[in-house]
Design a protein around this ligand. Structure first.
Ligand code: SAH
Length: 227
C-alpha cells in the first residue's frame, strides 16, 4: 500500500511491514473502523518516540516521550479514534493533550482540521517538529491549558482528551456541536477501586449530555496550568 510516508520507513522493527502487522493486531483486538485502521497504517509511530525506543514503536504499549509523559498505546489510540468518529465524517476536532503528537497525526487523517492543546511547552515544540516532518498541514497546535476555557471562538464536531480527568471538563462542552461527542479517560465514580479510569463517551444532546463508559485504561492525569 502506498502511504506517502515511505521515506520515513526504516528496516526491521521500524519498517512499513511492521506497522501493517501492528494494524493487523488492532483488527484482532476488535478495532473495526477501516478509516481508523488505514490512518494508523499511514502514520509512522516510530518517528514520535526517542530513537533508542523506535524499535519498540509498534509493540502495543505506552512509551515515554519526555517531561514525564507517555505516548498512548496503539490500541487505545485506535479505540478512542473509533469512538470519536462513530462511523461518521469529522470536520473540526479538538484534542487536549498533544504529547508527542501521535494521536494528533492519526486524527489529521480522519478529520479536515485538528486543533490540539498541550500544557507542556517542551512537548508543544516536539509535537510541532514531528507533525511538520510528516507535512500534516491541517493541524494547529496551541500551548495552553485544555482543562479550562480556551478563550476562543470555536465550534467542533468532536473532542478527544488524552489525559485522565476526575470529572467531565465542562468548560469544553460549549465548543461541542449538539449531536457531537467528547471521548476521554474518566475516573469511574461508580467503581469501588480507586483510580480506575474508563474510556468514556459524552454525547451532547439538545436536552443535556449522556455518558457511557467503555474500556478500562491508564492515562497520565489531566493537570491544570502551564508548564
Ligand atoms: N495523545 C498523546 C498522549 C499524551 S499523554 C500522544 O499520542 O502522545 C497526555 C498529555 O496531556 C501530556 O502531554 C500532558 O502534558 C497533557 N496534558 C495534561 N493536562 C493537560 C491540560 N490541562 N491541557 C493540555 N494538555 C494537558
Amino acid at each position: 500500500m502506498t502511504t506517502g510516508v515511505e521515506k520515513f520507513d526504516g528496516i526491521g522493527m521500524t519498517s512499513a511491514r511492521t506497522r501493517v502487522r501492528m494494524v493487523e493486531r488492532l483488527r484482532e483486538q476488535g478495532i473495526r473502523d477501516e478509516a481508523v485502521l488505514s490512518a494508523m497504517t499511514a502514520v509512522p509511530r516510530h518517528i514520535f518516540v526517542e530513537e533508542a525506543l523506535a524499535i519498540r514503536a509498534y509493540e502495543d504499549g505506552p512509551l515515554p516521550i519526555g517531561s514525564g509523559q507517555t505516548i498512548s498505546q496503539p490500541y487505545v489510540v485506535a479505540r478512542m479514534s473509533e469512538l470519536l468518529r462513530a462511523g461518521g465524517k469529522l470536520q473540526r476536532v479538538l484534542e487536549v493533550g498533544t504529547g508527542c503528537g501521535y494521536q494528533t497525526a492519526v486524527l489529521a487523517h480522519l478529520a479536515d482540521e485538528v486543533y490540539t492543546v498541550e500544557r507542556v511547552a517542551a512537548l508543544v515544540a516536539k509535537a510541532r517538529r514531528n507533525l511538520r516532518a510528516l507535512k500534516l498541514d491541517n493541524v494547529r497546535i496551541k500551548h495552553g491549558d485544555g482543562s479550562a476555557d480556551l478563550g476562543e471562538d470555536l465550534e467542533v464536531d468532536g473532542i478527544i482528551v488524552t489525559a485522565a480527568a476526575t470529572q467531565i471538563p465542562v468548560a469544553l462542552l460549549r465548543y461541542l456541536k449538539t449531536g457531537a461527542r467528547m471521548v476521554l479517560p474518566l475516573t469511574n465514580r461508580d467503581d469501588d477501586l480507586r483510580g480506575v479510569q474508563r474510556l468514556t463517551v459524552i454525547d451532547k444532546a439538545s436536552d443535556g449530555v449522556r455518558e457511557q463508559a467503555y474500556d478500562a485504561v491508564r492515562f497520565v492525569p489531566l493537570l491544570t496550568g502551564l508548564a
